[in-house]
Design a binder for this molecule. Sequence first.
Ligand SMILES: Nc1nc2c(ncn2[C@@H]2O[C@H](COP(=O)(O)OP(=O)(O)OP(=O)(O)O)[C@@H](O)[C@H]2O)c(=O)[nH]1
Ligand SMILES: [Mg+2]
Ligand SMILES: [Zn+2]
Length: 297
Amino acid sequence: MPIGQIVKAISGFYYVRTDDGKLFKCRARGVFKFEKKKLTPLVGDLVEMEQTGLDEGVVTSVQPRTSELIRPPIANTDQAVVVCSLRQPRYQQMPLDRFLVHGEREGLKIVIVLTKKDLIRDEEEIEQIRAVYEPANYPVLATSIKTQEGIGELKQCLKGKVSVFAGQSGVGKSSLLNQLLPDRVLETGKVSAKIGRGRHTTRQVELLPLAEGGQVADTPGFSQLQFKGMKPDELGQCFPEIHVRSSDCRFRGCLHINEPDCAVKDALEQGAIAGSRYQHYKHFLTEIKEAMVRRYT
Ligand SMILES: Nc1nc2c(ncn2[C@@H]2O[C@H](COP(=O)(O)OP(=O)(O)OP(=O)(O)O)[C@@H](O)[C@H]2O)c(=O)[nH]1
Ligand SMILES: [Mg+2]
Ligand SMILES: [Zn+2]
């Protein structure tokens, strides 16, 4: 049975690319399970398929995944490129930090890409963002499709890896990908001047091959991400700058809020962790605790 990869999924059809480069439009047969959990095939999945026509087939099994994101829905990526615009829409740290938690939870390598650099006058703003993410060791790349700044560096980051582009609608994910894939024209949209948001131009996840080796996935923009099923003590592990210090806290299972001798609070006071990151950690922790209360009452 040929093995292929799902590169696109649209209204119940899975588009499977086989090793020899052929594309098959497939339905899925039966119920797929992995470690006793029911599983829906995702873009990025490696699958077995049976050919039923010239360019048609059925997916008959799904191979175990190395990673899995629910939003955007994609399997087997190594790296997440989290895309945020500096303007139009304006830069917002909270949605970025939310996504970073999800990426960390799946063990993905992370790159933060700031877009639309041509729309700002002062580079100080970028330096401030860099300072927030430096203690977490996240690379921050500033780019512009107008001036081409940062595009070459981004290409280097993507080479040989499977990367998913994630971020809110209108930040410029598809526009960036059009710079990287010269023979591709992904649809891009205007940002609404009135509400300053994107218009959800990209509708599905699509995995595309890079000339330099590796793959990139364009994905639809999303707005809210929740921390479904996460436990309070898991959250700190998803903030690298908190995680590296938590073994020095006095208590195991320290949540870094009011516990005595907390290495994270010490680092915060010394300015070694950004205040805004810690604030978001606290905010997410409250959200997770409230969701648990709702689950048990
Ligand atoms: N000035 C400027 N505009 C940009 C840049 N990159 C993207 N844009 C504009 O931003 C708008 C939205 O870009 P898209 O690429 O459609 O954004 P997206 O993130 O793919 O949005 P969704 O598909 O809705 O999630 C378009 O009008 C682009 O021309 C940039 O570097 N500078
Ligand atoms: Mg798009
Ligand atoms: Zn602590």
